[in-house]
Design a protein around this ligand. Sequence first.
Ligand code: NAD
Length: 423
Amino acid sequence: MTENGKGDIGYRLLDCHEAAKHHFERAANRLKMKRRIRDWIVKPFREITVHLPVVMDDGDIQLFKGYRVQHNNTRGPYKGGLRYHPTVTLNDVRGLAAWMTWKTALLDLPLGGAKGGVTCDPKKMSEAELERLTRKYTRAISLDIGPSQDIPAPDVNTNEKVMAWIMDEYSKLRGYAPAVVTGKPLDLGGSPGRLDATGKGVSIIIRQWAADNNIAIESGSAVIQGFGNVGYYTAFHLQQAGCRVVGISDSGACVYNSKGLAIEELMNYKRENGSVGSFPGADTMDPEEIFALDCDFLVPAALENAITKNNASKIKARAVFEAANGPICPLIEPSIAEQGIAIVPDILANSGGVVVSYFEWVQNLQQFSWNSKKIEGELRNRMITAYRRVVEKSDAEKVSLRLAAYMLAIEKVARASMARGIY
Ligand code: NAD
């Protein structure tokens, strides 16, 4: 795709930055947004690259590369996760940061968008090495983050423990500041409901979509790619709602049982054995087989570019819910739509995490805590309101749910930019 969203570049995988730009340009074209405004709001405001020397357990010093991309803070402080992964690049972080800007706008949160990443392989590092790396990264960006500046959160391979190290290191340098990160342990100012918020949010959207499409959730079936934080909690909440979760994969294997998998037993099994493969009472297959399984709801909850031209034509689901960020290669998306399969986009489907992160940040700033019931009610309200807006826009403009979501989000950021006079 060319800069203006026209022209054919043939099929290839797009990285997160290219994918985010692709979707943005289509929506900006549809809105007939002026070039000077779209250039301003699509480009990251700031990009930080840091080099982090870390003493490893054997005494050796290893140099890691880290990033923080602050995409847009027109509507509020930058907000976005931190990813640890061996393949993470600046372009991935750029795209993921832009998606946060559109997500916070779509959900009407007074926040902007950012993302962080460190190129490392946490599976090959000890906990002590990960702690030293996290503290180094925090020190390196300590002048660029803060409760009213930029608030990191967990993403792939980072968790409550990593957030606690960031909060501790930042507080040593700048004074006690729990609101500098979200996704913290409850004992350190974390919020009830944050751990499972993204998966719960995905399940809220699936149930709403199912109701709108006359599918009783109790007779529906789901298949989930990825069994980390988002995949596990999506499966857990769908099962709680009575839905059969028939297939789950991780990077090692895919397991299938047409009667439904026992989710908690499967998670215990994975913890003990390292993978879902060979789980008793289910058939084990290659992880790639997950996309061809019969189901109503397909939930990619692993990494970007999971659905490509190699597997898109095999999908049998009625709808794909993007729990991961950017799991569908944008250039294959039209062929999925042609098969009559709905796509509920990531900036809506996986927004539960940032919604409860927002609640955590608000509680930290107020030094007042909310109970689980309040959090759950507020999460549901926010997500269903956003879902309704997207469906209405999609119906009114006769565009896909993704295009509708982008149009709503980028229009909002553009309006805020003009109101502030930065255009
Ligand atoms: P995680 O590290 O907890 O889990 C990732 C999972 O994906 C692991 O189980 C891993 O085995 C699996 N995986 C990796 N490659 C795979 C493959 N080829 N096939 C099957 N499984 C594979 O990460 P997470 O926090 O669950 O994040 C997953 C996705 O959701 C990412 O795209 C992330 O950006 C997005 N997301 C996360 C949050 C959050 O709150 N954690 C919020 C919004 C979006």
